[in-house]
Ligand binder design. Structure first.
Ligand code: URA
Length: 432
C-alpha cells in the first residue's frame, strides 16, 4: 500500500478501505506522509466526498491516533461542541450553569482560527486564567468543583490537530465528512459518554443551508451511535452573530452579565436549549421546558455565577476582573456606527461582522497571530430591530483609530435596512 495509490483512488471517486484509511492516519500523524500528500488526499475527499462507512472509519482512526481520556470516575459526563460561529460565547455561560446543577463539566476547548477567538482566547482575557493545565489539575478541578475548561494541550486526536490546521490552509474546511470526523474524533478521545452538538447554519457558519447542516448533524449523530456515545445535535442560526458582542473581553463581559441575569433573548434560547438537552442526556430530567426553568433558577439564585468564579479561581484567574468588569482590558477608541436611515434591520451579515472583528485584532488570520483581547464590536441593533435616523447601530472597539474608522465603514456594509417591518425568527432551526 502507498499514499499515491490511496490519493488516486479517492481522486477517481472510489471508496477507501478501512486499511487504507488506517494507513493514511497512522503515517500522516507520525510524519511519514507529507503535508502535500495529505493535502492532495484531503482535497480529493473534499471534492468527491466519503461514504458513511469511510467517514466512520476516518473518525475512529483519528480518535485513536493519540490518547483516549477515561473520565469514568466522574459518572456521566456530557460534552458540548459547536461547529463554530461569530459571537459564540455559549460555553462560557452554559458550562457554569450545567456544573452548578451537579453535572460534571470536563471540557477541552479550542483557540479560534479565523474570524474571532475561541473559548480559550476568551478565557485568557481574564488575567491569570490558565488554560494550559496538566491532566492531573484538570481531573482535580472536575473532582472538587465539578468543572474544568482547558485548552487542547493533551495528546488527544493528534491526527485531527494536523489535518484541521492543514484544511484551513488549503480551503478544505467546509466538508461534511471532514468536519464530522474532526469533531467526533475529538469528542470520542475526550472521554465524555454523551455529546450535545451545536451545529451552526447561515452566513457565519461552515454550513450555509439547512439541508447541509441537517446532513452534517445526521452524520455526527450516526457516528456517535456507533461509538456508543449518545449524541443530540441542535441546529442553530448563524445568519447574524449570536448575542450583542463579538471580541474576547467584550464576550467575557456579556457572558458574566448573562450569568448575573442579563441575557439577550437569542443567547438565552441557544444556551437553554443546549443545556436542557445536556441535562436530559445526563439523566437529570426528560422534560425540556422544566430543564430550562431549572437553568434559569441557577442564574437567579446566583449559583451559576458562583460556579464561574470557582472555576476561574481554581485555574489561577483573578476574579476581581469578573466582580468588577471595568477592570477587563478596554480598547482606546469606542466609535459608534449610526444608522443612515430609519427602518428595520433585515440582514446583519455574520461573516462580514466576523471579518471586521478579525481585522480589528479580535481573531487570527494566521495560527501564529496574537489576539488583542480588548477590541471588537458591540451590536446594539440586530435583525428585526427598529431603527430611527442617526440611532446607534453598533460600537466599534479599536486600539488604533485608523482601524476603528475603517471598521465602522465595513460594518455599515453588513447591515441591510428596509422600510417594512421584519419579524425576529427563532435561533433554533432543528433538533436531531
Ligand atoms: N470544528 C472542528 O473542530 N472541526 C471542524 O472541522 C470544524 C469545526
Amino acid at each position: 500500500m502507498n499514499i499515491q495509490e490511496i490519493i488516486a483512488k479517492k481522486r477517481d471517486k472510489q471508496e477507501l478501505s478501512k486499511e487504507e484509511i488506517t494507513y493514511f492516519v497512522t503515517n500522516y500523524t507520525n510524519g511519514t506522509i507529507s503535508d502535500y500528500q495529505a493535502a492532495a488526499l484531503t482535497m480529493a475527499i473534499y471534492i468527491n466526498g466519503m461514504t458513511e462507512e469511510e467517514t466512520t472509519n476516518l473518525t475512529l482512526e483519528m480518535a485513536h491516533s493519540g490518547d483516549i481520556l477515561d473520565l469514568s470516575e466522574f459518572g456521566i459526563v456530557v460534552d458540548k461542541h459547536s461547529t463554530g460561529g461569530i459571537g459564540d460565547k455559549v460555553t462560557l455561560i452554559l458550562a457554569p450553569i450545567i456544573a452548578s446543577l451537579g453535572i460534571p463539566v470536563a471540557k477541552m476547548s479550542g483557540r479560534g482560527l479565523g474570524y474571532t477567538g475561541g473559548t480559550i482566547d476568551k478565557l485568557e482575557a481574564i488575567p491569570g486564567y490558565q488554560t494550559n493545565i496538566t491532566i492531573q489539575e484538570f481531573r482535580k478541578n472536575v473532582g472538587t468543583i465539578g468543572i474544568s475548561l482547558m485548552g487542547q494541550t493533551l495528546n488527544l486526536a493528534p491526527a485531527d490537530k494536523k489535518l484541521y490546521a492543514l484544511r484551513g490552509t488549503i480551503a478544505a474546511t467546509e466538508s461534511i465528512p471532514l468536519i464530522s470526523s474532526s469533531i467526533m474524533s475529538k469528542k470520542i478521545a475526550a472521554g465524555a459518554n454523551k455529546i450535545v452538538l451545536d451545529v451552526t447554519c447561515g452566513s457565519g457558519a461552515f454550513m450555509k443551508e439547512l439541508s447541509q447542516a441537517t446532513q452534517l448533524a445526521e452524520t455526527m449523530k450516526k457516528i456517535g451511535k456507533l461509538a456508543q456515545k449518545e449524541t443530540v445535535c441542535i441546529i442553530t442560526s448563524m445568519e447574524e452573530p449570536l448575542g450583542e458582542t463579538v471580541g474576547n473581553s467584550l464576550e467575557v463581559i456579556e457572558a458574566v452579565q448573562a450569568l448575573q441575569g442579563k441575557m439577550t433573548e437569542d443567547v438565552q434560547e441557544v444556551v437553554f436549549t443546549l443545556g436542557a438537552y445536556m441535562m436530559k442526556l445526563a439523566g437529570k430530567g426528560d422534560n425540556i421546558e422544566e430543564n430550562k426553568q431549572e437553568m434559569l433558577t441557577q442564574i437567579q439564585n446566583g449559583k451559576a455565577f458562583e460556579k464561574l468564579k470557582e472555576l476561574i479561581q481554581a485555574q489561577g484567574g483573578d476574579i476581581s476582573y469578573i466582580e468588577n468588569l471595568e477592570l477587563l482590558p478596554k480598547a482606546k477608541y469606542v466609535i459608534p456606527l449610526l444608522g443612515a436611515k430609519c427602518g428595520y434591520v433585515k440582514k446583519l451579515n455574520a461573516k462580514g461582522v466576523g471579518e471586521v472583528s478579525m481585522h480589528l485584532g479580535a481573531g487570527r488570520m494566521k495560527k501564529e497571530d496574537s489576539i488583542d483581547p480588548a477590541v471588537g464590536i458591540v451590536l446594539k441593533k440586530k435583525i428585526g430591530d427598529k431603527i430611527e435616523e442617526n440611532e446607534v447601530l453598533a460600537y466599534i472597539y479599536a486600539n488604533r483609530e485608523e482601524d476603528g474608522k475603517k471598521a465602522v465603514k465595513q460594518l455599515a456594509n453588513c447591515y441591510e435596512i428596509v422600510e417594512e417591518r421584519i419579524e425576529k425568527k427563532s435561533g433554533i432551526l432543528r433538533i436531531i
